[in-house]
Design a protein around this ligand. Structure first.
Ligand code: ADE
Length: 358
């Protein structure tokens, strides 16, 4: 226990001196904590900062977010990926306005009922915004504690995570527990990273994994999510100044996001000619559209959730903007305000730079 008090003192001293200046730190509103923590869930701090700042300018309050159309919300999220996070924030804002007069609840039970809020985000809101003595254990903190206590339990297992959350709750001091939570996150993000920089760590003297020479081997994580490769032919079809795009179906990964039509194929056909032949077939069969091939466009690699997609776009011109179920024809200008999935947004950027599209 003495060790623990000593470690906490060292940790706080280190944090006060070394912490990064981030826009959601200081004395953040519950809303700012919520937005920043959701953005940080699967995205690096450096990427999040400009998104967070723009988001807070555009949707400065929960009411503003609740009132905004989902299309505008997704447009702001464009490029961050894992769009369910944005949809949940939007739905959560509507719930909070409807049921809690626009004030984020102060109890874990009520917070957990809000869409998208898990143990970590609930802990972060209660700790950073309301200064309650509650742990906020994300992947960073988990790594720090597993090493500090030299735990060889598998952190992909629920019971291990529960045990670590309990340990975190125990070690929090009565005073300024929110600083300790933030300091643990900061330590995990900057020093006790996947490759630990033990020589710079304020907890080196008391860290059990360091003492046993095991810091680099921990944590143990058995479950690795297998990634799946996707190969997609993407026809970018112009007709009379408009382009054909579809909008992802509700409940699916890309719900409410715009994408060009695409066809999944089993393997990446190496030769451009093979792609053209396959695409001709698909255009006829799947879209019942006759369009004239113009040119191949740059390939785009795009990762989302557990997929890694290779997008192979080709430019076409169709005589008429024929009606096709599930798709619509838009001008480039109209498309500029639409939210695209990350990969298709990059294709759209290439489309905009085509001389022909201006
Ligand atoms: N990662 C998750 N939460 C964070 C926070 N509040 N500050 C920095 N990195 C984080």
């Amino acid at each position: 226990m003495e060790d623990c008090e000593y470690s906490i003192k060292k940790l706080k001293q280190w944090f006060v001196a070394q912490q990064r200046d981030l826009p959601w730190r200081g004395n953040p509103s519950p809303y700012a904590v919520w937005v920043s923590e959701v953005m940080l869930q699967q995205t690096q701090v450096a990427v999040v900062v400009p998104y967070f700042e723009r988001w807070m300018r555009l949707f400065p309050t929960i009411e503003a977010l609740a009132k905004a159309p989902i299309e505008a919300v997704l447009k702001e999220w464009e490029g961050l990926g894992y769009y369910a996070r944005a949809r949940n924030l939007h739905e959560g804002a509507r719930t909070i306005v409807e049921h809690y007069h626009g004030k984020i609840p102060t109890s874990a039970e009520k917070l957990k009922e809000i869409k998208g809020l898990g143990d970590y985000t609930v802990g972060a809101i209660l700790s950073f915004a309301y200064h309650q003595r509650v742990a906020a254990v994300d992947g960073n903190v988990m790594r720090v504690l597993v090493r500090y206590y030299c735990l060889s339990d598998d952190i992909s297992k629920g019971p291990t995570q529960k045990k670590i959350r309990a340990l975190a709750n125990e070690l929090l001091p009565q005073d300024e527990s929110w600083i300790v939570n933030e300091a643990l996150i900061e330590l995990g993000a900057t020093i006790c990273a996947r490759m630990p920089k033990c020589e710079k760590c304020p907890l080196r003297e008391t860290c059990m994994a360091y003492a046993m020479g095991k810091a680099e081997q921990l944590p143990i994580k058995s479950v690795k999510i297998a990634t799946q490769l996707l190969f997609r032919l993407v026809p970018v079809i112009f007709s009379q100044g408009k382009v054909l795009v579809g909008c992802g179906v509700k409940g699916k990964v890309m719900a409410d996001l715009f994408e060009f039509p695409y066809f999944d194929i089993d393997n990446a056909p190496g030769e451009i000619e093979d792609q053209v032949v396959m695409m001709r077939e698909k255009l006829k069969l799947d879209l019942a559209l006759s369009a004239k091939w113009q040119q191949v466009m740059p390939q785009v690699k795009h990762s989302f959730t557990r997929y890694r997609a290779l997008l192979m776009p080709h430019l076409y011109i169709a005589k008429e903007p024929k009606e096709i179920p599930g798709y619509d024809w838009f001008t480039i200008e109209e498309l500029m305000s639409k939210p695209f999935s990350s990969g298709h947004r990059r294709i759209f950027a290439d489309v905009q730079s085509l001389q022909f599209a201006s």
